[in-house]
Structures are given as structure tokens and as C-alpha cells.
Design a protein around this ligand. Structure first.
Ligand SMILES: Nc1ncnc2c1ncn2[C@@H]1O[C@H](COP(=O)(O)OP(=O)(O)OP(=O)(O)O)[C@@H](O)[C@H]1O
Ligand SMILES: [Mg+2]
Length: 245
């Protein structure tokens, strides 16, 4: 297996793509030949192909790999992977994902692989995304919300990863909504403090809210790539890679 990380989430919509793209961007700036992968993506719209997660990751990493290689399973319905695949009469094959992963790992010094949904999301009749992480043998960067509810989701996911002895590089907490008041600021500070106190993995963040993420995605990725949590994360990823080789 090559070097890299799997960017998993405590849920869908927590900022995995923003973090993966910003991390890839940062690694490119540091001179790393980074590749990206989004093994399974649902809700892919042919009307806005450049807004898919896979396309956004490829743009951030500036790679010329094929879309099929980076993202072998792409479904139009915005359902959980097993359901989206079944609706198309398809089955997600772990061996095909592993084969594409090996091809990308041979072309790049480091891979950033974005998960789908949360770690226990079903991918096949008898396997889920966590099984794929185990098979890829990649450490996880866990992305969670820094807002209210973030503590429980992060602790549940870390427990699920620990249960299968999956190493965690860091828990990165993301400001998915614009901060609007003192109460919200206090909730964020307490989420950070409680998690730093309770978990044994590094807790990074919060990754600041990027107000232009929806209208100017590439600028938001650039800004996130310059943020302290992403700079710290990139340093951790590179250190891990150096220790491995
Ligand atoms: N720090 C942030 N600032 C502003 N908007 C954000 C931030 N993080 C996430 N978002 C927005 O929240 C939405 C979900 O983010 P993103 O697509 O990165 O989540 P995800 O975990 O990759 O979701 P999925 O499970 O669908 O892959 C997007 O519209 C994104 O622009
Ligand atoms: Mg995503």
C-alpha cells in the first residue's frame, strides 16, 4: 500500500470534500505529488459535472488521472451508496476499488481518499465503508462539526474506528455554518475543549467558515489550504509518510 490518508466524516455534509481538497492543495504547494480518490459518490449531477466531489478533488490536486480511475462508482441518486447502486441495478465491488486505488498509488507519492457519508454507511449487502478503510490500510483523518452535536458524533465515530484498530491521524473540526452569536461561539469552544480533553488523537480546528464556498469553491479551497488546521494536518500527513518510508 502507498502513503496517504482516508478523509472520513462523522456524517454526510460535514466538510469532507472541503478538507480533502484543501489538504490536497496544501500538499501540492509543499511539493508533494498528491493524488486523490473518491471511490463512491452519489448524487452526481451531469448538469454540473465540475461540482462533483471527484471533480473538485481532481482540480485541487491538479491531477490528470481519469475520472473513472479516481471515482469508479458514481451514481445520480442522492441516496446512501448501497441504495443508490441498487437503484441502478449495480453492485459496488471492493476489488475494483482496490484495483483503482493500486493504480493511483503507483502514480502518486501520497493519496487523499474521500469517504462517503459516515464510516458505517453500507456499501454492499455485507460490508460498509469502514471495511473498505481496513482493506485500504490507510489512517483516517476524521472530519466533524464543531457546532452543537459535534461531540457525540465525533466520539461515536472514534469508537467505531478504534473497534477495528484503524489509526487516526487527527480529528478536524469544521465550522460548517456561519458563526452568528456569542452562544454559538461558546458551543464551538466547548466542543473543542471537551473533545481535546476526552480523546487521545490530535484535535485540530476549527476550520473557519468560508462564506464564499458555494459561489467560489476554488477560492474557498485556497483559503482553507492556508488555514492553520490544514497546515497542521498537512504537516502530520507528511511526517507520517516520512516515518513509513
Ligand atoms: N468551512 C466551511 N465553510 C463554508 N462552507 C462549508 C464549510 N465546510 C463545508 N461547507 C459547505 O457545506 C456543504 C457540505 O460540505 P462538503 O461537501 O465538503 O461535505 P461532505 O462531508 O464532503 O459531504 P458528502 O458526504 O456529500 O461527501 C458544502 O456546501 C460546503 O460548501
Ligand atoms: Mg463530499
Amino acid at each position: 500500500m502507498g502513503n496517504g490518508v482516508c478523509v472520513a466524516g462523522t456524517d454526510t455534509g460535514v466538510g469532507k470534500t472541503l478538507v480533502s481538497a484543501a489538504l490536497a492543495r496544501r500538499l501540492v504547494r509543499l511539493g508533494c505529488a498528491v493524488g486523490v480518490m473518491k471511490p463512491v459518490e452519489t448524487g452526481v449531477s451531469s448538469a454540473v459535472p465540475d461540482q462533483s466531489d471527484a471533480a473538485r478533488l481532481m482540480a485541487a490536486a491538479q491531477v490528470d488521472d481519469s475520472l473513472d480511475g479516481v471515482s469508479p462508482y458514481r451514481f445520480p441518486l442522492p441516496l446512501a451508496p448501497l441504495s443508490a447502486a441498487s437503484a441502478e441495478g449495480q453492485r459496488i465491488d471492493q476489488d475494483i476499488i482496490m484495483d483503482r486505488y493500486a493504480q493511483l498509488a503507483a502514480r502518486h507519492a501520497c493519496l487523499v481518499v474521500e469517504g462517503a457519508g459516515g464510516v458505517l454507511v453500507p456499501m454492499g449487502q455485507d460490508w460498509d465503508f469502514r471495511d473498505l478503510i481496513v482493506r485500504l490500510r490507510l489512517p483516517v483523518v476524521l472530519v466533524g462539526r464543531v457546532g452543537l452535536g459535534g461531540i457525540n458524533h465525533a466520539l461515536l465515530t472514534l469508537e467505531a474506528l478504534e473497534h477495528r484498530k484503524i489509526p487516526v491521524v487527527a480529528l478536524l473540526l469544521n465550522e460548517t455554518q456561519a458563526p452568528c452569536g456569542a452562544v454559538q461561539q461558546e458551543q464551538q469552544a466547548s466542543t473543542m475543549a471537551v473533545l481535546r480533553d476526552r480523546v487521545s488523537v490530535p484535535v485540530l480546528g476549527p476550520l473557519p467558515y468560508q462564506s464564499h464556498a458555494d459561489c467560489a469553491w476554488a477560492d474557498a479551497v485556497d483559503a482553507a489550504a492556508d488555514s492553520l488546521p490544514i497546515r497542521e494536518l498537512a504537516g502530520m500527513v507528511l511526517t507520517r509518510g516520512a516515518e513509513k518510508s
